[in-house]
Design a protein around this ligand. Structure first.
Ligand code: HEC
Length: 219
């Protein structure tokens, strides 16, 4: 019995000593076998990087861990659609006509959401009916805003529209950072609901073209 007590006390002292040694200095925890585990990588985008352990230099000359806060190349964020890879040049623009809208037809909930997004992001120029008559157009602040109900835009493919929304075009800026890819494809589906059907577009277009050219001359 006595022997057991002595052994127990001894064991506790050894364990206590080990714990205390471990806690002695949190900044210098001794030999680190797996630095990736010991120092977790900060996930916050703007968190400062501890340059003692991390480097943004990919060549990693002094043995630190490479970390540049960016997603690993080729990865796709959960819930996000695949990246749009066509380049921002005339060839990319031409090729965009082949890109298909990956979304199924809008559900009622989605169309309410896409209408909301269109009205927030696009209607300021294109107008709530996409006729190129939003407040920035009628005030004359921005010229040559496309009337998306014209036949040229009715026959424009979803892919080309996406390309222009992704990169921007002339007076229109890029929406790549404001809207997710999913939202951009949804907005295009919503624009389709504002456009006349392909056959009836021609007649309605003549009047619209006249109004359009008047707007351009005014500018
Ligand atoms: C600052 C004003 C402005 C805003 C906001 C704007 N656009 Fe435009 N948009 C333009 C102008 C100007 C053009 C004509 C570009 C050209 O062909 O010179 C245009 C053209 C387009 C075209 C035709 C592109 C092509 O390839 O010819 C589409 C489609 C379009 N806009 C969709 C949108 C959508 C969708 C949004 C909202 C996400 C949006 N625009 C927001 C000004 C704007």
């Amino acid at each position: 019995m006595k022997k057991n007590t002595i052994i127990t006390v001894l064991l506790f002292s050894v364990a206590g000593l080990a714990v205390m040694t471990g806690c002695e200095n949190k900044r210098k925890p001794g030999k680190i076998y797996m630095p990736d585990m010991t120092y977790s990588r900060a996930l916050e985008t703007y968190a400062p990087i501890d340059t003692v352990f991390f480097t943004t230099n990919e060549k990693n000359p002094r043995g630190e861990i490479f970390y540049n806060s960016k997603p690993v190349e080729g990865t796709v964020a959960r819930g996000e659609l695949f990246p749009y890879l066509l380049p921002n040049d005339s060839l990319g623009y031409a090729m965009s006509a082949q890109v298909k809208n990956p979304l199924p037809p809008l559900t009622t909930k989605d169309s309410l959401e896409s209408a909301r997004l269109f009205n927030i992001n696009c209607a300021i120029c294109h107008g709530a009916g996409a006729q190129g008559n939003g407040p920035l157009s009628t005030s004359g602040k921005i010229g040559a805003i496309a009337n998306l109900t014209l036949p040229i835009y009715v026959s424009m493919t979803d892919g080309t529209m996406f390309h222009s929304i992704h990169y921007g075009k002339n007076n229109m800026g890029s929406y790549a950072s404001q809207l997710s890819r999913l939202q951009r494809w949804q907005i295009i589906q919503y624009v389709r609901t504002l456009q006349p059907k392909a056959e009836s577009a021609k007649g309605a277009a003549t009047a619209a073209t006249k109004a359009d050219s008047a707007a351009v001359v005014k500018k």
